[in-house]
Ligand binder design. Structure first.
Ligand SMILES: Cc1cc2nc3c(=O)[nH]c(=O)nc-3n(C[C@H](O)[C@H](O)[C@H](O)COP(=O)(O)OP(=O)(O)OC[C@H]3O[C@@H](n4cnc5c(N)ncnc54)[C@H](O)[C@@H]3O)c2cc1C
Length: 474
């Protein structure tokens, strides 16, 4: 029988890989997809975006129930009991439904899937690349394709000299702990650290955050970091900034975390569990890069704007790529771009200033485009608008007045350069700001865009208007 040569083999079935595979198949490309895990979905579906948001939903409900009497519902607050195992089971159910959904989509789109660890054997030979796929049974299969898309994702970084276990956790272990810890130290205050901190604070843990930089959520606009810090302190978090020399010493009650605080004083904190959330390392070991011309920087694969590596016919997408934020929607968009290019269809490269970033803590934060500082650094003459949620009637209905929307614009044409939100539904309403920036809308155009009433999104209308000092509701 003639050997199958696929049009493309995608190595990695996370959001970057499966999105690329599905879209390529929709274009009529003959696709193979290789994944090392027993379930498709990658970090995002199994250990990242989806499980954390399922837990955050339970946490939010738990918080709401505790002040249900404020909304005229009595007799539930104090009577409510937390069943942690059921919280985890519900999270697992959400994951299972979507892994099954992915299996269905593979069949629907006639994508041939291979289970096992894939590695390139070198450059293309006779027009075909070879990926060797090692199964857990030790058997090796060979997959040949005209093009290869690498989408092997990332792993949590650990502090040097430590290994994750039952006390020192990464995002992987913490999603399986059998009880809510009485105390938790979170090292790192990026989105992952802040979201887990928020979840466990809601469920009653005493949460300490240690951040090496001078502010939390350091990639966000400075004013957002400041407001989140204020609101998290109000919620009772112990937050320590500019810490150095963090060390973890395990003991019978968990671990003693020592660090030097911002005043240079040595401090210690005893906790039942320690979460290390200090970033993610690209998963590029053992995938055969050294047998190709592919270049890496600190382990990340370097590509051009079309996600092409320097090895002809080999693309890279998702968390393994250097110079792009490690976000599921960035990986999946890169996958869509590669699929379109493979099929010879229209595509356009990712524009770094049009990528939304969301942190699903309480209150939520979301942003797109340039921060005020970055806009100034790039030479823009900046005009700022700001609207607090206290002026939004839907926020009052939701009992969620904390936070604001900040709009960064260029004074010349009123171009919207950035939108930064902290407050209710921030992660949903940011979509409007992304679209506005994508379509190069001006402040004036947004001031005459009708927003449904009463909605949290209406706060954006006021925020855009506030750039011209014309917010109606404040
Ligand atoms: C706790 C947490 C929360 C997060 N929340 C969000 C969020 O809310 N929003 C957001 O946008 N992003 C979020 N992220 C980031 C997001 O999960 C990643 O950006 C995204 O999963 C990257 O997708 P990917 O396809 O590149 O890689 P991955 O999702 O890591 O998938 C890679 C896949 O490749 C497979 N694989 C690896 N090596 C091989 C090999 N050699 N052969 C075959 N298969 C292989 C793996 O089994 C895996 O299935 C979160 C991350 C974490 C850790």
């Amino acid at each position: 029988m003639a050997e199958t040569i696929f049009d493309v083999v995608v190595v990695g079935g996370g959001p970057a890989g499966y999105t690329c595979a599905i879209r390529a198949a929709q274009y009529g490309v003959n696709v193979a997809l290789v994944d090392a895990n027993d379930r498709l979905g990658g970090t995002c579906l199994l250990w990242g975006c989806i499980p954390t948001k399922a837990l955050l939903f339970s946490a939010e409900l738990w918080d709401q129930i505790h002040h249900a009497d404020r909304y005229g519902i009595e007799g539930v607050g104090d009577a409510a009991k937390l069943n942690w195992k059921a919280v985890l089971a519900r999270k697992d159910d959400v994951i299972t439904r979507h892994t099954k959904g992915l299996d269905f989509l593979m069949k629907k789109n006639k994508i041939t899937t291979f289970k096992g660890f894939g590695a390139l054997t070198g450059s293309a030979n006779g027009g075909a690349h070879t990926v060797e796929v090692k199964g857990t049974d030790g058997k090796t299969q060979v997959v040949k394709a005209k093009k290869v898309v690498l989408a092997t994702g990332s792993n949590a970084r650990m502090l040097p000299g430590y290994t994750a276990d039952e006390t020192i956790l990464t995002n992987y272990e913490i999603l399986k702990i059998d009880a809510v810890p009485k105390s938790l130290v979170v090292i790192g205050s990026g989105a992952v650290g802040i979201e887990f901190a928020s979840i466990f604070k809601s469920f009653g843990s005493e949460v300490t955050i240690l951040e090496a930089l001078p502010r939390i959520v350091p990639v966000e606009d400075e004013e957002i970091s400041k407001e989140l810090l204020r609101l998290m302190k109000k919620r009772g978090f112990d937050i320590n900034l500019s810490v150095k020399d963090t060390k973890i010493e395990k003991n019978k009650n968990g671990a003693l975390v020592s660090y030097t605080d911002q005043n240079g004083k040595s401090q210690t904190k005893q906790a039942e569990k320690v979460l290390v959330a200090v970033g993610r390392a690209p998963r590029t070991e053992g995938i055969g890069l050294e047998k190709t011309k592919i270049t890496t920087e600190r382990g990340f694969i370097m590509t051009n704007e079309w996600m092409e590596t320097v090895e002809p016919g080999v693309y890279a997408i998702g968390d393994i790529v250097g110079g792009l934020p490690q976000l599921a929607h960035v990986g999946s968009m890169a996958g869509l771009i590669v699929a379109a290019r493979l099929a010879g269809k229209y595509a356009r490269p990712i524009n770094r200033t049009r990528i939304p970033g969301c942190t699903y803590c309480e209150p939520q934060i979301a942003s797109v485009g340039l921060s005020e500082a970055k806009a100034k650094e790039l030479g823009h003459t900046v005009k700022i608008g700001k609207f607090p949620f206290v002026g939004n009637s839907k926020a009052t209905i939701l009992d969620a007045h904390d936070g604001f929307i900040k709009v960064v614009t260029d004074v010349k044409f009123g171009e919207i350069l950035g939108v930064h939100i902290i407050g209710p539904n921030a992660t949903e309403i940011i979509a409007e700001a992304v679209t506005a920036i994508e379509l190069e809308a001006t402040v004036e155009e947004m001031m005459f865009t009708i927003h449904a009433h009463p909605t949290v999104a209406e706060a954006l209308l006021d925020a855009f208007s506030s750039v011209e000092g014309k917010a109606v509701n404040i």
